[in-house]
Design a protein around this ligand. Structure first.
Ligand code: ZN
Length: 417
């Protein structure tokens, strides 16, 4: 009978308290000692100096060795349908009024980035009204034909006048003659606009006085680019459960929680009633219809209304954190999704990095749409500005990319292929 080989003196004995544990994550010495005394083996002493880090100082760096694919140029030319190159200078209670314009850039400021990043055309949504609109078109569209398009805006300051519907229709006809390519509505309607702009009852999106505006746009072939509501979290208390807490802390005026505001659901329902009443009018719902957090809901809206499109501006953060649902959404609605960024040039865009016009912003959108890279920033910023998460690319095939980058917008805006 062979002699039993003695156990190595270095091997832990079977009854050792350490034996049952994993050796790769060796427990602190104090724990081993405590274990012997039958205490919780995972209990350890907190470092009092490390538990008080403020959220605003926390900038973790991912240790993932994830692939980084740089997409400096998109696979097809891009039409960015959502940019802000100008703004109406005067506002009352958040509502733009008057014809004076503030300019955010010149074509020369923008064209180099457009060349680097393969952007064929930028659509300036906030082109103003009347002489301001004419000046915007002269400044951009006429100086670099084909590279810039301009939209007009509503003349809300006349809304309390009895002839407002006709005045609005006339303003739209003027805008069409001047060269505007559509009508843009800011979230103003539904959230801020009151009977006499800053006084009186708040007007709903489906107020009957706007019916002639929606109908006239159909008559003139002007698509309506409308921003209604905002991220769902902006309608909740800014408290520790709010996933956009830091964003709302930086921009408290973006919170629409409480008495003074309609609910998120009321705004979406009013918007949908307008769309249902005006089937001849083309509506493009900005920011995935403010429903990027609920792709089933916006998908149902697209299914219900054939006259609806969406843009993806300022929502790659939302789309990219649900890459599988997003990919299905793009596949299903590939003919009705438009590329847009909500770009604003510096210094106006400095406070909103997810919209700051520049090379870095476009690279993020292209990476999201074209690659299957994992866990990357959705905005060029140290701290994710819309919420603390990262995104994943959805690797769209060429046939869908071409539509989203270019063809859907070209068809809608009447541009050549
Ligand atoms: Zn915008």
């Amino acid at each position: 009978m062979a002699a039993t080989k003695p156990l190595s003196p270095h091997r832990p004995r079977i009854d050792s308290p350490v034996r049952a544990r994993c050796f790769c994550c060796s427990p602190p010495r104090s724990m081993i000692e405590r274990a012997a005394a039958d205490k919780n083996p995972l209990q350890t002493v907190r470092d009092a100096n490390k538990v008080g880090l403020r959220l605003s100082d926390f900038q973790p760096r991912s240790m993932l060795r994830a692939r980084l694919t740089r997409i400096e140029r998109p696979r097809f030319p891009v039409i960015d349908v959502h940019t802000h190159l100008s703004w109406m200078s005067r506002t009352r209670n958040g509502v733009s009024v008057g014809e004076d314009m503030t300019w955010f850039a010149t074509p020369d400021d923008l064209l180099p980035v457009m060349e680097h990043r393969g952007i064929r055309t930028m659509v300036n949504l906030t082109g103003g009204i009347g002489s301001g609109l004419e000046a915007a078109i002269a400044r951009f569209d006429r100086v670099a034909p084909g590279r810039f398009l301009t939209m007009t805006e509503p003349s809300f300051e006349y809304v309390a006048e009895s002839d407002y519907p006709q005045r609005q229709a006339d303003a739209l006809a003027h805008a069409k003659r001047a060269g505007a390519c559509g009508l843009k509505l800011l979230k103003t309607l539904g959230l801020y606009l009151r009977e006499r702009v800053d006084e009186g009852a708040r007007l709903t999106i489906d107020d009957a006085r706007f019916d002639s505006m929606w109908a006239t746009c159909a008559d003139l072939g002007l698509p309506i680019f409308i921003h209604s509501a905002d991220p769902a979290a902006f309608f909740l208390p800014t408290d520790r459960h709010n996933e956009r807490y830091e964003e709302l802390a930086h921009h408290p005026d973006w919170s629409f929680h409480g008495e003074g505001f309609p609910s998120y659901d009321e705004l979406i329902a009013a918007r949908d009633r307008v769309i249902a009443r005006h089937p001849r009018t083309t509506f493009v719902l900005m920011h995935v219809g403010s429903q990027a957090e609920d792709l089933d809901a916006i998908s149902a809206c697209l299914d219900r209304f054939p006259n609806v499109h969406v843009d993806i501006s300022a929502r790659v953060g939302e789309l990219g954190r649900q890459p599988r649902a997003s990919r299905r959404f793009f596949e299903r609605h590939q003919d009705r999704i438009l590329f847009g960024t909500d770009a604003v040039p510096a210094p106006w865009g400095d406070e909103v990095p997810q919209q700051l016009f520049g090379d870095a912003l476009y690279e993020i959108y292209y990476r999201f749409l074209e690659t299957e890279d994992e866990y990357f920033d959705y905005a060029p910023a140290d701290i994710p500005p819309q919420g603390r998460w990262s995104i994943y690319g959805i690797g769209l095939p060429d046939a869908i990319l071409r539509k989203v980058y270019h063809d859907n917008a070209a068809r809608l805006l009447g541009l050549s292929a």
